[in-house]
Ligand binder design. Structure first.
Ligand code: TXA
Ligand code: MG
Length: 311
């Protein structure tokens, strides 16, 4: 595979490769995605294979605009409001799938719903415009592992499974999009993410929690996820001997500090890269400072608690 600083030429080559059924790593403002033509079932199957991802866990389809997204899902009024408020951006909506959508059923894992997102990143946007097809793009990591927030992380994860990695520099947000399901019953938070709950509730009112039946409402919310090799010890006020310490806030020392000033936006942007760096020290355990649950803290704590589950 080649890493390419994204240019008009590399974007056009990537677009051609995608139209031919190939896979490309693309930057987004949240994390890097492993993109394939969402209307091509073989390309979608290749995404599942490259990630080692269970095929019951559906993928997000990315579109260049709200108008394009409307061709694939049924938008209740609240969905249009959210699209106007947050697209392009780090919001994914799970909607009833339109019968005439050409998105492959495999991308939706056979569900009657479809997950749609319009990313804001200029390279993702340019690529979507050049391909002119919806792109299925899960995070560009092996299933269960830390999401990549730099082009080199995607290469570490996927090796030769993709031909082109478009390098857009470090992702500015660093945690995945917020996933909201919208149906007749209202809006449900399926995955906390880069847009804080409160910002969404300002637009559509209180979000419901997913029902806790036997089948997870969002199959991606498997227990162990976003995991480094090392064990994680959460809410730790300091490291024990032999541990590495991931600090947060002023004066807390540590091997790395997610945000010395205690800024949760900065902490989210650093989260996966710092976990990856401490994992590379080959310490057995990474101790992580407590993170407040407000704003982006909900998404950060969600990822940390999943990363801490023993496999
Ligand atoms: O920020 C992001 O969302 C990144 C970038 C690349 O766009 N993508 C990403 O994709 O995080 P992925 O595949 O790692 O996570 C998609 C999440 C999973 O939790 C999946 O189960 C859920 O969205 N999802 C997708 N389609 C769904 C559906 N039809 N119903 C419920 N959940 C769905
Ligand atoms: Mg993922």
């Amino acid at each position: 595979m080649t890493i390419e600083a994204a240019s008009r030429q590399s974007i056009d080559r990537a677009a051609q490769l995608l139209r031919d059924g190939g896979l490309v790593v693309m930057p987004t403002e949240t994390v890097y995605g492993l993109a394939g033509d969402a209307t091509n079932a073989r390309a979608v199957a290749a995404i599942y294979a490259a990630k080692g991802r269970p095929q019951f866990n559906p993928l997000i389809s990315h579109l260049p605009s709200h108008e394009r997204a409307r061709r694939h899902g049924v938008f209740p009024p609240a969905a249009d409001k959210l699209a106007q408020a947050f697209w392009p951006g780090a919001l994914t909506m799970v909607l009833a799938r339109r019968d005439d959508s050409p998105i492959a059923e495999l991308a939706c894992a056979g569900l009657a719903t479809v997950a749609l997102r319009v990313p804001a990143h200029p390279i993702a946007h340019a690529l979507l415009g050049a391909v002119d097809r919806p792109l299925a793009a899960p995070s560009a990591n092996r299933s269960g592992r830390l999401s990549p927030t730099q082009a080199s992380h995607a290469v570490e994860e996927l090796g030769d499974a993709v031909a082109i990695v478009l390098d857009g520099g470090p992702c500015t947000m660093g945690v995945e999009s917020t996933v909201i399901a919208l149906d007749a019953a209202g809006a449900t938070l399926l995955r906390p993410g880069a847009i804080p709950r409160a910002a969404i509730e300002d637009v559509v009112g209180p979000l419901r929690a997913p029902s806790t039946g036997s089948a997870p409402a969002s199959p991606g919310m498997l227990e162990s996820h976003y995991a480094p090799r090392a064990r994680l010890r959460l809410n730790a006020s300091r490291a024990e001997p032999e541990e590495r310490y991931l600090a947060f806030g002023p004066g807390s020392g540590g091997d790395l500090n997610l945000s010395p000033s205690g800024d949760l936006v900065e902490a989210a942007a650093n989260l996966f890269a710092f976990l990856r760096a401490l994992d590379a020290t080959e310490a057995n355990t990474i101790a992580v400072a407590p993170i407040p649950e407000s704003g982006l803290g909900e998404a950060i704590n969600d990822r940390l608690s999943r990363a801490a589950v023993r496999r």
